[in-house]
Design a protein around this ligand. Structure first.
Ligand code: UD1
Ligand code: CA
Length: 450
């Protein structure tokens, strides 16, 4: 049984009051529609198809080639949107799982349940329903005397009695492909000049074909985003969901309400995360670490038993047992080997610090290779940029760099070399050699003290 998901994402989303298409507003680092596409892919095991229209190019750029696209030039309604996929899907799949691009909280399991129910169903469609007091403008599920789904009524067309119905249509349908395409053509034009996908239910009932409902256990999954209040509500729920997952996996979150973990982050057990910590992108954190408070990591790889305090880490590697911060910055390509100490107010970019190296205070290390057991004195700077090129600094193992040394790259310091405080090193230094200077010298007595 082959099922492909069709994600409707052609609308502008007027109530967001934004030029950005609604489905591209982000939740925890990814556009709304990315979350939907991930769930849809997991549920079906196939590439989702996305219907694009408003801001089509932007949506394509955001999702790239992880999905297929069909274009709906004019937004003539949800039924019309689905019809745009006919040439791609007709005869190619058994079932089409229709999902909206603005429902980021949908779980793959819930979508899969709808698809599986339809797979074993004699009728042409299964729809998800939710029961909820606040109708949020959703269509109402009308059932007949026998309790069977008879129709979906849109809020503007609903009678006062129908408006009281608490069973709602989140717009998740699994449809039999052999029935779907011709049925779509039979949808009448609505008073608002649109073709409503919801009319398929009435059409099936007219044909005396059974319609099946799958009541979702958790109505909050079907929060559709129409404005920025909904966006913040969904963000909070997703954050809670992710945080709960990691706590159950053995990660301590001191204050989950102040911890922001994006969906692709990985964390091993027995790590403790202090408040005001932001874990972005594909960050991976080992076991037994202490992270935060006040830390941001984006695409960082952190080994076991590391301590990261009040620091910012981007596209970097920190190996087992290293400690970083407070107030350290690791930029792209920074790589701390095992057991490195990087204290306060340091910055490392595109550099490797071998095991056991210590850089305690106020240093900038850029485009450098640093050997094992090196001591980097306070205020050491690699002068890596000559105004035109980035140049390399190489430091051998067991080197001792005196405080406030300027290493004017390209430059090499051999194994066991030492520099005196305030040295400006412009030539390579041999192994086990001490260099000093430029030393301060007397220029004159200060005014009034001749
Ligand atoms: C739709 C349902 C309603 C349901 C609600 C859930 C219909 C007629 N109504 O109403 O029963 O409770 O969703 O949110 O289907 N879209 C397109 N092309 C179009 C029109 C819409 O791609 O021509 C996309 C939009 O980008 C949006 C989604 O479909 O993501 C839903 O469209 P919208 O107009 O918001 O439908 P609702 O009025 O919310
Ligand atoms: Ca809507």
């Amino acid at each position: 049984m082959k099922t492909r998901a069709l994600i409707l994402a052609a609308g502008k989303g007027v109530r967001m009051k934004s030029d950005l298409p609604k489905v591209l507003h982000p939740i925890l680092g990814h556009p709304l529609v990315w979350h939907v596409a991930e769930a849809a892919r997991q549920a079906t095991g196939e590439r989702p198809v996305v219907v694009v229209g408003y801001g089509a190019d932007q949506v394509r750029r955001a999702l790239g080639d992880t999905v297929d696209y069909v274009v709906q030039d004019q937004q003539l309604g949800t039924g019309h949107a689905v019809l745009q996929a006919e040439s791609l899907l007709r005869g190619q799949v058994d079932q089409v799982l229709v999902v909206l691009g603005d429902m980021p909280l949908l779980r793959a399991e819930s979508l899969q349940k709808v698809a599986a129910m339809q797979a074993g169903h004699a009728g042409p469609l299964t729809l998800m329903t939710i029961i909820q007091e606040n109708p949020r403008g959703f269509g109402r599920i009308v059932r007949d005397a026998a309790g069977k789904v008879a129709a979906i009524v849109e809020e503007p067309q609903a009678t006062p009695e129908q408006l009281k119905i608490t069973e709602l249509n989140p717009s998740i349908y699994c449809l039999n492909s052999a029935w779907l395409w011709d049925a779509l053509r039979r949808i009448p034009l609505s008073p608002k000049g649109e073709y409503y996908l919801t009319d398929l239910v009435g059409l099936a009932v007219e044909d005396h074909l059974p319609v099946q409902a799958s009541l979702a256990e958790d109505a909050s999954e079907a929060i559709g985003i129409n404005n920025r209040v909904h966006l913040s509500e969904a963000t909070a729920l997703m954050r809670q969901r992710i945080n709960t997952h990691w706590m159950l996996e053995g990660v301590t979150l001191i204050d989950p309400a102040a911890t922001y973990i994006e969906p692709e982050v990985q964390i091993a057990p027995n790590t403790v995360i202090w408040p005001n910590t932001y874990l972005h992108g594909k960050t991976v954190i080992g076991a037994g670490c202490t992270i935060g408070p006040n830390t941001l990591a984006r695409d960082a790889q952190i080994g076991d038993n590391c301590k990261i305090l009040s620091s910012m880490l981007e596209s970097c590697i920190v190996e087992t047992g290293s400690d970083v911060g407070p107030f350290a910055r690791l930029r792209s390509g920074a790589h701390l080997g095992p057991g490195v100490h990087m204290g306060n107010f340091g910055e490392v970019k595109n550099s490797y610090l071998a095991p056991g190296t210590k850089m305690g205070h106020f240093s900038y290390i850029g485009d450098a290779q640093i050997g094992e057991g090196v001591n980097i004195g306070a205020g050491t700077i690699t002068c890596n940029f000559d105004g035109t090129h980035k140049n390399k600094t190489e430091i051998g193992k067991d080197v001792f760099i005196g405080s406030d040394t300027l290493l004017v790259a390209p430059v090499k310091l051999g194994e066991g070399a030492r520099t005196g405080a305030g040295s400006v090193v412009i030539h390579d230094v041999e192994d086990h050699t001490l260099v000093v200077g430029v030393p301060a010298h007397v220029v004159r007595r200060v005014d009034g003290h001749d």
